[in-house]
Design a protein. Structure first.
Length: 260
């Protein structure tokens, strides 16, 4: 069995089948992209993989444990965390504090220790500060640790959201359109950063993205959805040439500018 096994995953909203019989085996360290037109069910899959939606049928097995039915915070504690298509930062908090907030999931300090300011508590705070700066440095944000999140350029806000997700120490990182709205230089920077994150943090990655020039060079495999069903799966080279994909999604848009 693979590290993550998603089997026969489906979800219905009333009479609408949003995702129909989705399957995915993910190995440790693998990077898989999910592409498809708007409304194909991509973000709905992420919502099921993080406990926001409970699937109508199917299983999500991580390290031998079926995750279906767990709450979102339990998915995060088990090692699946995500970013969102629309950035969700604490805009009036500093860059460093945005990352620190994610660490509360692993914090074992009780209220009494916090109020008394025990030596152990102070030591933990120093260690946390060190870890936060180390993480921000890897994502190119250490020099902006004291900036308010709302004052960061758009591309850096995307990086900060990824940093916050990485602070939870995930086994699997889900990236929902990480280059949406970026200018060319920001997109190129992110294309270098995502493979670096996979290496440096020893994390598996599943990403959703519309910009094919970003996806094709970095993905090991690609799954293509249309109306909630998988219509193609394989290497980027295979998917790019699949007539079903060209008809449903890529078409002329990909050959001209790399987007849908």
């Amino acid at each position: 069995m693979s590290f993550l096994e998603i089997t026969n995953l489906s979800i219905r909203f009333g009479g609408l089948v949003a995702v129909d019989d989705f399957n995915l085996s993910l190995e440790k360290g693998e990077l898989v992209a999910i592409i498809g037109p708007n409304g194909a069910g991509k973000t709905t899959i992420f919502n099921m993989l993080t406990g926001i939606y409970k699937p109508t049928t199917g299983s999500i097995v991580l390290d031998g444990e079926n995750m279906v039915g767990l709450k979102p915070y339990q998915f995060a504690r088990k090692g699946i965390t995500r970013t969102f298509q629309n950035i969700r930062l604490f805009s009036n908090a500093t860059v460093a504090d945005n990352v620190k907030i994610a660490h509360t999931m692993h914090n074992n300090q009780n209220l009494a220790k916090c109020m008394i300011r025990t030596p152990g508590m102070r030591k933990s705070e120093v260690e946390l500060d060190r870890r936060v700066i180390e993480l921000l440095d890897k994502l190119g944000l250490a020099d902006k640790a004291d900036f308010l999140a709302k004052n960061l350029p758009y591309g850096d806000q995307r990086r900060l959201e990824i940093a916050r997700a990485l602070m939870t120490e995930p086994k699997i990182l889900l990236l929902d359109e990480p280059v949406a709205g970026m200018i060319t230089t920001e997109l190129e920077d992110m294309a270098r950063l995502v493979p670096q994150i996979r290496r440096d943090f020893d994390v598996s990655i599943i990403l959703i993205e519309h910009h094919m020039n970003f996806v094709m060079p970095i993905a090991d495999r690609i799954k293509v959805l249309d109306f909630g069903k998988t219509i193609s799966e394989g290497t980027p080279e295979y998917v790019q040439k699949d007539p079903k994909v060209i008809e449903a999604y890529l078409g002329g848009g990909y050959t001209q500018n790399g987007t849908a």
